[in-house]
Write a protein that binds this ligand. Structure first.
Ligand code: 5GP
Ligand code: MG
Length: 188
């Protein structure tokens, strides 16, 4: 696995620091928002599978009562390195009516996933929907989608690690990295 890495874009140490900062910001904003305060609960909705690791680290630094709802979305099936369009393939969010929801995704690329899921959550009757992405690619479509929290701005390159995959592999790499061209160009 390690020999497939081209370069480390964001090290695990930098990720850990930034995740901590994001969590503090989310906690502060939630407590100071209208209708917020320590007594208002959150529902955290990670978009599976990519946001699983980021979300697990993030929420352990958010000391607010919360439930977790799950959504599975596919957009880069198999060996794709470009979006094939977002589709919800699993939904276990629980009752979102009146809830303050924080949508957590790994990366903003075409923006299709966040747009789709945000609309779904709002239509489910959530009182508020905020959005947090770990990475945002440097491309116009990613900047056009409004999100509340962004961990890192990255170049428009295909990345894996820290939850992000290629063909469902590499999610367990602790750093965010690019892969050598021959790995992604290999035919099945
Ligand atoms: P969007 O819907 O914004 O085009 O893309 C969002 C989803 O596509 C992400 O949640 C992620 O699953 C996948 N994706 C987008 N860019 C990348 C990338 O560079 N690497 C990986 N592994 N997945 C990506
Ligand atoms: Mg995803």
């Amino acid at each position: 696995m390690r020999r497939d890495i081209e370069r480390v874009l964001i090290s695990q140490d930098r990720i850990a620091l930034r995740v901590h900062e994001l969590a503090r910001q989310i906690t502060d904003d939630h407590r100071s928002s209208p209708g917020g305060g320590a007594e208002v609960e959150l529902t955290i909705v990670p978009v599976l599978t990519g946001a699983m690791i980021f979300c697990a680290d993030l929420i352990r630094h958010i000391p607010i009562a919360m439930k977790i709802g799950l959504l599975a979305v596919t957009s880069y099936p198999g060996r794709s390195v470009a979006s094939q369009g977002s589709r919800v393939i699993g939904e276990m969010t629980g009752d979102l009516r009146g809830r303050h929801v924080l949508l957590v995704d790994d990366i903003l690329d075409s923006g299709g996933t966040v747009r789709l899921v945000k609309r779904m959550l709002k239509d489910s009757g959530a009182a508020a929907v905020r959005t947090c992405v770990l990475l945002r690619k440097d491309r116009p479509s990613a900047r056009e989608v409004e999100v509340d929290y962004v961990g890192f701005e990255i170049p428009d390159e295909f990345v894996v690690g820290y939850g992000l995959d290629f063909n469902n592999y590499y999610r367990n790499l602790p750093d965010i990295v690019t892969l050598k061209a021959h790995v992604t160009q290999r035919t099945a």
